[in-house]
Design a protein around this ligand. Structure first.
Ligand code: CP
Ligand code: NVA
Length: 299
């Protein structure tokens, strides 16, 4: 049985298989008459809605569980919650603070576990991101050799994005303020997946000639106490029209959302002609359908 905790749980071929399933017309019903439990320790708009709809499109019944309803490690251990859910459901998605909770879930689960965002990664977002880039540039194979620049925090989103786009042959550039780069261990993991990765603290240099520019919030969920410090540290890392002008003529702008306009991106870029954030949000559903379908085929 296979799980999806991070993009490099997949080979490049398997990554392409998921994208192909996501691009298939809706119709297959591998979840007919079955349940999917979706556990959330944090808020969500896109992930909850795209996963629920993906489950419905695959013929199943989604059951979203909010943090106060099960109390992971407070009312009951992660292990006991997961073993209970396995009695009813054919797949479990979880959005958690600590990635280790997902690893503990995998250790006791008899059904596939899907990471719906942890401190380590956001693989469903990475899949949607590459679907969006593939739509833009002519399919997954057309991404080979193109340049993707990520400006901002070397966080969960950056890591999954670098793996997903890099495993399809994109050159990855990440520009972050000092102290907020991908960790050495994460950069090594990305490079071990065969990805060409350049890390710097120079957004302008990183954006020059890029085919896509991506950013995420400066303060992720759970880091709110660091918000004032982060506002100062990231002050020179806003994606502006001036920064976008350095990218290639047909470059697009991506953001996983939610966005903080005026912080990591200006309103003008987010709402501008290069922005693909709404097709990207829609692709969350197609990517989720592809990922769930693939995992169900590999039970
Ligand atoms: N991009 C993303 O994961 O959005 P939500 O936090 O709204 O699910
Ligand atoms: N990096 C953000 C992504 C939200 C989708 C967070 O972890 O809060």
């Amino acid at each position: 049985m296979r799980h999806l905790l991070e993009i490099d749980d997949l080979t490049p071929t398997e990554l392409r298989e998921i994208l192909s399933l996501g691009l298939e017309p809706i119709g297959a019903r591998p979840l007919e008459g079955q349940g999917a439990a979706l556990l959330f320790e944090k808020p969500s708009a896109r992930t909850r809605n795209s996963m629920e709809l993906a489950v419905v499109q695959l013929g199943g019944h989604p059951l979203t569980i909010r943090p106060d309803e099960v109390g992971l490690d407070t009312r009951e251990t992660v292990e006991d919650v997961v073993r209970t859910l396995c009695c009813y459901h054919s797949i479990i998605g979880a959005r958690v603070f600590e990635h280790s909770k997902l690893e503990r879930a995998v250790a006791v689960s008899s059904v596939p576990i899907v990471n719906m965002l942890s401190d380590q990664g956001h693989p469903l977002q990475g899949l949607a991101d590459v679907l969006t880039l593939a739509d833009e540039f002519g399919g997954p194979d057309a991404l080979d050799g193109r340049v993707l620049t990520y400006v901002g925090d070397g966080n969960n989103v950056a890591r999954s994005l670098a793996l997903a786009a890099g495993m399809l042959g994109m050159e990855i550039r990440i520009a972050s303020p000092a102290g907020y780069a991908l960790t050495d261990a994460d950069a090594a993991k990305v490079r071990a997946a065969g990805v060409t990765l350049h890390c710097s603290d120079d957004p302008a240099a990183a954006c020059r000639g890029a085919d896509a520019v991506y950013t995420d919030v400066w303060t992720s969920m759970g880091q709110e106490a660091e918000s004032a410090q982060r506002l100062r540290d990231f002050a020179d890392f806003t994606v502006t029209d001036e920064l976008m002008a350095l990218a290639s003529e047909d470059a697009v702008f991506l953001h996983c959302l939610p966005a903080h306009r005026g912080e990591e991106v200006t309103d003008s870029v987010l709402e501008g002609p290069r922005s693909r954030v709404w097709p990207q949000a829609e692709n969350r559903m197609h990517a989720a359908r592809g990922a769930l379908h693939w995992l169900l085929e590999h039970r």
